[in-house]
Design a protein around this ligand. Structure first.
Ligand code: GAR
Length: 213
């Protein structure tokens, strides 16, 4: 894709956003971030964007009575930048069909668990309470299900700590390696979603293959 540009949606720290910024600088992603949008005006990620002169937008969910109204405003704002892809990076709001249908096959999310295990919040706590000895992350296309869209890639680690904080740090490291890679695949036209199925280099990706890239 020539002149690949993507928007990044955040709600907080923005360490995954930083990984994208660094990957662009290091020529691992050939493209640019056209805009960073946050639903929280004090999100640290906004500063990360401003430091490298990426346009920022704040659309506060608190200003809207319904999810649909909030999503309509986000779509309006993002459409100004005409992104090829919308990257959710720690964006902690559930998106309605209003948003999802505005960017069909063009929304990626990262989730800190090996989906379909542990959708939702507090994944590290929950995995430590379980008897699992493997934990990991998932990048997936977004559809209307919560953390349930078609999976593009996963990465995993062996659990060697009982500390949530330490596990979270290890998981973040995996995220910062994998997410920019998946975004670059999309930008290069290697990865796409068609009729609910994920294709990599024009071949349908089967669940068993998603760790092999
Ligand atoms: C990341 O661990 C991401 O996987 C998670 O929020 C964190 C954001 O960190 N996302 C979700 O839980 C979405 N369901 P960051 O702001 O430092 O990138």
């Amino acid at each position: 894709m020539t002149n690949f540009s993507f928007a990044v949606l955040i709600s907080g720290n923005g360490s995954n956003l930083q990984a994208m910024i660094d990957a662009i600088k290091g020529n691992q992603i050939y493209g640019k971030i056209c805009c960073v949008l946050s639903n929280k005006e004090d999100a640290n990620g906004l500063q990360r964007a401003q430091e490298v002169k990426i346009p920022t937008e704040v659309v506060s969910n608190k200003d809207f009575e319904t999810r649909e109204d909030f999503d309509t405003e986000m779509v309006r704002v993002l459409s100004i930048y005409n992104p090829d892809l919308v990257v959710l990076a720690g964006f902690m709001r559930i998106l309605s069909p209003v948003f999802i249908n505005a960017f069909p096959g063009k929304i990626l999310n990262i989730h800190p668990s090996l989906l379909p295990k542990y959708p939702g919040l507090n994944t590290h706590e929950r995995v430590l309470e379980s008897s699992d000895n493997i934990h990991g992350i998932t990048v997936h296309f977004v559809d209307e299900s919560l953390d349930g869209g078609p999976i593009c890639a996963q990465s995993s680690l062996e659990i060697t700590t009982r500390s949530v904080k330490q596990l979270e740090q290890q998981i973040h490291k995996l995220e910062h390696e994998l997410y920019p890679k998946v975004v670059s695949w999309f930008g290069e036209g290697l990865l796409r979603l068609t009729e609910g199925k994920v294709y990599f280099e024009n071949r349908e990706l089967k669940i068993g293959e998603i760790n092999e890239k």
